[in-house]
Design a protein around this ligand. Structure first.
Ligand code: C5P
Length: 399
């Protein structure tokens, strides 16, 4: 995530919704990710949260008024919009959406939105009837037509006690949407990327399974990178600790055979297949439908091999499709990866070192090498998974 926010300036408009409490965490997460955050509070926003709170979280003065201020800070809306890489309004009320759609500039934030030159992202938060009102829907449609981005709202129980769409998106979703809006280069637009991610759990009995330590972080980084570059992304994910980005289509599976079926079903519609999952090579031949009882006798589990998803997909490959694999190795990673690249008929393979102190499994970074069928061989020592995802797509785009 850092790669999308590092050194970026985000102007965060906060309007009068009870969802302002999520804005606090949003500011703090964006700063952690390396962004400079400037907050602008509307008058009703300032009824919900004290500028001092946002000032402390953002490390910057909070803009509250167009002329003369309660806090003593006046910041030109033109200068600020020129500095901003992204203008995000979270929470965004029906009122600010209406003003933005109609071009009304009657306070600092609405005027800044009129002067905007950077991408604009709204996270609506309001009562269901306000959200579904024809006027609000028409304003949203008009803003979308002009290229404005939206995230949420989600359905659920609202602060007013009613149920329905209107809850502001949660912080991880807000960050993903901001990352997408912050990424100008859409060089994967119109491409469909299918990614396998995470571990497999192979049942032993009703309670136990065989699993592995894959976290799903690499699959998540690949999916987010592809989404930010404009691709349509589907992630077939095992039970990972890091769930895939919400903007991706997510197919949740447990076993290697479920993953295999999900991939083969979607294979004809994809342009790029990336096998980032740590697929279980074996499964229990006959899992016990009950719970195996403890005994003092040694026990043998009878394992049978699972299908090799990538190799079988490669056999069905159509012209123009590109397939990428990963090779997690404890030693001789590059040689073993090159052998797998050829055996599985892949276009690219990414070798990772596992085991030891610099183990890539579960970690945010690791030693990696990108090898392509065309002869590219590049080493990336201790590279962050998000950065590695960028390099993988850079090679695919240029190759
Ligand atoms: O396990 P192995 O080192 O052969 O994995 C190499 C690549 O093949 C990885 O991308 C992995 O996701 C994929 N794979 C697969 N089906 C398997 C085993 C591995 O798609 N049964």
């Amino acid at each position: 995530m850092n790669r999308f926010f590092a050194d970026k300036t985000v102007l965060l408009g906060i309007t009068g919704s009870i969802a302002v409490f999520k804005a606090c965490e949003l500011v703090s997460r964006m700063r952690e990710l390396g962004a400079r955050v400037h907050c602008a509070l509307t008058r009703s926003g300032a009824e919900m949260i004290q500028p001092a709170t946002l000032e402390a979280l953002s490390g910057n003065p909070v803009i509250t008024e167009m002329f003369g201020t309660r806090t003593g800070h006046t910041i030109s809306h033109i200068a600020m919009t020129r500095q901003a890489d992204l203008i995000m309004v979270a929470p965004a009320t029906a009122n600010i959406l209406a003003k933005a759609a109609q071009g009304i500039g009657d306070d600092w934030l609405s005027t800044a939105l009129l002067a905007a030159r950077s991408p604009v992202l709204f996270a609506p938060a309001m009562n269901t009837f306000m959200y579904t009102h024809a006027a609000t829907q028409a304003n949203i449609a008009l803003l979308k037509e002009r290229g404005v981005f939206f995230v949420g709202p989600a359905p659920g129980r609202l602060a007013c006690g009613e149920e329905g769409p209107g809850r502001m998106a949660e912080v991880p979703e807000l960050l993903e949407a901001a990352a997408q809006a912050l990424h100008p280069q859409k060089d994967l637009a119109s491409l469909r990327v299918l990614i396998t991610s995470g571990p497999n759990f192979e049942p032993i009995d009703a309670a136990r399974y065989i699993g592995n330590r894959s976290s799903g972080k690499m699959g998540y980084a690949l999916a987010l990178e592809a989404l930010c570059r404009g691709a349509a992304v589907c992630v077939v994910s095992g039970p990972a600790t890091q769930p895939p980005p919400v903007a991706a289509e997510i197919v949740s599976v447990q076993t290697a055979r479920e993953m295999y079926n999900a991939v083969l079903e979607r294979l004809p519609g994809c342009d790029i297949l990336i096998g980032a999952a740590a697929v279980a090579d074996y499964r229990i031949a006959l899992p016990d439908p009950g719970k195996i009882k403890r005994s003092d006798e040694p026990m043998t589990l009878h394992l049978v091999p699972n299908p090799d998803i990538l190799a079988e997909a490669a056999a069905k490959k159509k012209a123009g499709q590109r397939f990428v694999g990963f090779a997690a190795e404890t030693e001789n990673a590059v040689e073993k990866a090159r052998e797998k690249l050829q055996r599985k008929q892949l276009d690219m393979i990414v070798a990772n070192l596992i085991g030891g102190e610099r183990c890539a499994i579960g970690s945010d970074c690791g030693d990696a090498w990108i090898l392509t069928a065309g002869g590219v061989s590049e080493a990336y020592p201790q590279v962050e998974k998000a950065t590695l995802a960028k390099y993988i797509f850079d090679h695919l785009v240029s190759g």
